[in-house]
Design a protein around this ligand. Structure first.
Ligand code: NAD
Length: 318
């Protein structure tokens, strides 16, 4: 299968591209290597690790460049799209709301239009986020939740793209599966996310805010489990579906901190702060739909995943 992976120089996209290339798919990665959320060197480094695959190639391009997307799709003739490119992160979205909507909503539309114009795309899988659930009282989060009370423009743009995908499915028959990710972590993880910040704190003493004294729950999901779910979604055109890809067992943030401190043998340098308005107190996925439709079965416990993350960080992190 010839697959486009957007955001292939990103954390999850690079893991996904490697998994697809390993199983023999013809994989094209696309990324603009921006340094808006974090440094681009890290992204070029991930691209280097993908370069040895003979069935992988990377295109440097911006999904907001509509003409370029139309040209790339016409030339490459993709059979499936895994669309992970995005400006991610809830707090940055408060600083750059227009940019988030431009990339995460309009950029997604450009890809859908390019897929339809080129033809041949049998399945379009869109990476969304648990942030679309906002402060819902329905816990665990279930896909039937209306998700119309989001807390910041990142979630709004993602939710908008999910809904736009439905209209493209309805009008033009595009198979469109939304996969909602829940606090993904693992080797090569994002430096702006909690696991990495804590690792920096226990090794370099960097001060990290601990919101609500760590009394927040996150459904930490190991990156291999997430990418297994994306591959399963790519392999099964389903019309239009929204599917949670969490672990389904949230961990208290304070306990997550303790796991990293124990592995490092040192305390993190934490400063207690109230939760920012853009953030949520808890995320927890109901994953029964993913189990049923995708055969999704997350395997890596948080204890095991944190250990693997820590081994990677201790050995390789710059
Ligand atoms: N990491 C998580 O916990 C998490 C949770 C929920 C959803 N997600 C979603 O998963 C996807 C991957 O996230 P990630 O954590 O790997 O983030 P990431 O920032 O590491 O990866 C995103 C990639 O998209 C690229 N990109 C951004 N704007 C682009 C543009 N205009 N054109 C081309 N490429 C562009 C970036 O350069 C980056 O390499 C994103 O869609 C994100 O919203 C992630």
């Amino acid at each position: 299968m010839k697959v486009l992976v957007t955001g292939a120089a990103g954390f999850i996209g690079s893991h996904l591209a490697a998994k697809l290339a390993q199983r023999g798919d013809d994989v094209v990665g696309l990324d603009n290597f921006n340094d808006i959320v974090y440094d681009s060197e890290r992204k070029y480094g991930r691209a280097q690790t993908l370069a040895p695959f003979a069935n992988f190639k990377m295109i440097q391009a911006d999904i907001t460049d509509r003409e370029r997307m139309l040209t790339i799709f016409a030339e490459e003739k993709f059979e499936a799209v895994a669309h992970l490119a995005a400006l991610a992160g809830v707090r940055n979205a408060v600083k750059y709301p227009a940019l988030y909507v431009q990339v995460d909503l309009n950029g997604t539309q450009n890809l859908m239009d390019a897929a339809l114009a080129a033809g041949g795309v049998q399945n379009f899988v869109f990476a969304s986020t648990s942030s679309v659930y906002g402060n819902t009282q329905v816990v665990p989060f279930v896909e039937t939740d209306p998700c119309d009370r989001v807390l910041q423009p990142y979630a709004a743009a993602k939710r908008g793209a999910e809904i736009l995908g439905h209209s493209y499915h309805h009008l033009f028959g595009l198979n469109f599966t939304v996969v909602r990710f829940f606090t993904v972590y693992g080797p090569s993880g994002r430096p702006d996310m909690m696991a990495y910040l804590l690792a920096e704190s226990v090794t370099k003493g960097i001060q990290v805010p601990l919101y609500e004294g760590g009394q927040m729950y996150r459904d930490w999901t190991y990156v291999d489990d997430t990418t297994d779910g994306v591959v399963a979604a790519l392999d099964r055109p389903l019309g239009y579906e929204i599917i949670n890809l969490g672990r389904g067992e949230p961990t208290l943030l304070r306990d997550f901190v303790t796991m990293i401190e124990t592995l490092a043998g040192r305390q993190a340098n934490l400063i207690n702060k109230p939760k920012p308005a853009a953030d949520f107190v808890l995320n927890q996925a109901d994953i029964s739909k993913a189990r049923r439709l995708l055969g999704y079965d997350p395997k890596v416990s948080v204890a095991e995943g944190v250990q693997r993350f820590w081994e990677w960080y201790a050995a390789k992190a710059p």
